[in-house]
Design a protein around this ligand. Structure first.
Ligand code: AMP
Length: 396
């Protein structure tokens, strides 16, 4: 369990509550194309409203790199959030985030009112955790709530710096839920526990593999990163994604798994093509590929092997697609794994980022126990690192 104070431990009646949310949603021409993160924020916001807090919401959106970029304004979020909450969310359109609009809006607030500040990354200090902006944010509020799991692995003004200037700093329900799910899965799992790792690169998941080998009963590898393992074991992988610098590391991990008695599963067959395109002609290969071929997905035997390996699992953590799932023709392996997780009676946890997108896009969203809202944050958690955004909250 998370040893941090939460919104259940404080009284916000009549208080100005700065809530760091994760409203970093994808936008296309001013329209929100995936509102999962907004929906995920609602339980915390509703609780604070019901308790009579005066809510000042803040978030970053995209990477405006310290200057106002109209296409990255949070204005559309205020509109959609008003609809979702069923009450007005007043947008404070200050390019400096904490400016005359925000201050006037805060001064007029009544209990249960909600305002949203402009994109915190309009301020250059935000990502540098600079004091001036942390103080500005803190000057608006009496209490700070951090519910932005997606940025918890970063130490920025709006999630860490601000806690230097506001004594009461607690976590919201979403943060609590994320840490409880991921924390239980990693540190206190119901066994057998299986981790499935995929995605493009071994290098980005080294520490995750290493840390998880100390925790899991079975580790399953798929996606682009599997070719480095295949090559290390003496197979030719043609033009597939390959990280030559990590061949030794791959062997080390296989050895570590053996020593620990962890079942380590690698693909036994691969769907290969001669070009990286959505309707490239393909064939299934066991063992070595031809020099002009590249791996795009796990093959049918591997899909069966992996589905079988999770059948008796009680806890499964999955991060990273099994192939180039953005091309429907090469999404079969990722679909098969999603289906296998949907079919079992286990706690199933999907790391954020591409795996969450894949599971939602393929229609398995409501079949999983938990889909994390944080890609980078969930990975760092699986690496066993402390998240600064969580550490900054008051201890219980
Ligand atoms: P990551 O961000 O490391 O989880 O990687 C996700 C990306 O890995 C997705 O965009 C996938 O298309 C890509 N990917 C997965 N398998 C392969 C593969 N066999 N070849 C190339 N890219 C892949």
């Amino acid at each position: 369990m998370l040893n941090k104070k939460s919104i259940d431990d404080i009284n916000v009646k009549g208080k100005k509550v700065l809530v760091r949310c994760d409203f970093n949603v994808p936008l296309q021409e001013g329209k929100i194309t995936d509102e999962n993160r907004l929906v995920a924020a609602l339980p915390t916001l509703k609780k604070l409203i019901a308790d009579g807090g005066r809510l000042i919401l803040c978030s970053h959106l995209g990477k405006p790199k310290g200057e106002p970029k109209p296409e990255l304004s949070l204005a559309p979020v205020a509109v959609r959030l008003s609809e979702l909450l069923g009450q007005e969310v007043k947008f404070a359109a200050d390019p400096e985030v904490v400016g005359p609009n925000a201050k006037a809006a805060v001064a007029e607030m009544k209990d249960g009112d909600v305002i949203l500040l402009e994109n915190t990354r309009y301020r250059i200090e935000e990502t540098k955790n600079g004091d001036a902006f942390s103080k500005d944010l803190a000057s608006l509020a009496d209490v700070f709530v951090n519910d932005a799991f997606g940025t918890a692995h970063r130490a920025h003004c709006s999630n860490v710096g601000v806690t230097k200037y506001i004594d009461t700093a607690v976590v919201g329900y979403l943060m609590q839920k994320e840490i409880d799910f991921l924390g239980n899965a990693v540190n206190n799992p119901e066994r057998p526990m299986v981790a499935i790792l995929g995605g493009a690169k071994v290098s980005s998941k080294i520490s995750v593999i290493n840390n998880l080998l100390d925790k899991v009963d079975t580790l399953i590898i798929g996606g682009g990163m599997s070719y480095t393992f295949a090559k290390a074991q003496g197979n030719e992988v043609g033009k597939s994604l390959l990280e030559e610098d990590y061949l030794d590391y791959a062997l080390e991990m296989i050895k570590k798994a053996e020593e620990k008695g962890v079942k380590f599963l690698l693909p036994v067959d691969t769907v290969v093509t001669k070009e990286f395109s959505k309707d490239a002609e393909s064939r299934v290969v066991e063992g070595s590929m031809e020099p002009d071929e590249m791996g795009m997905d796990i093959g049918p035997k591997t899909r069966e092997l992996y589905a079988d390996a999770v059948k008796s699992a009680k806890t499964v953590v999955w991060n990273g697609p099994m192939g180039v799932f953005e091309f429907p023709k090469f999404a079969e392996g990722t679909i098969a794994v999603a289906q296998a997780l949907a079919d079992i009676d286990a706690t199933t946890i999907i790391g954020g980022g591409d795996s969450a997108a894949a599971v939602n896009q393929l229609g398995f969203g409501d079949k999983m126990s938990h889909i994390s809202t944080g890609g980078g944050a969930s990975l760092e958690f699986l690496e066993g690192k402390e998240l600064p955004g969580v550490a900054a909250a008051n201890d219980k």
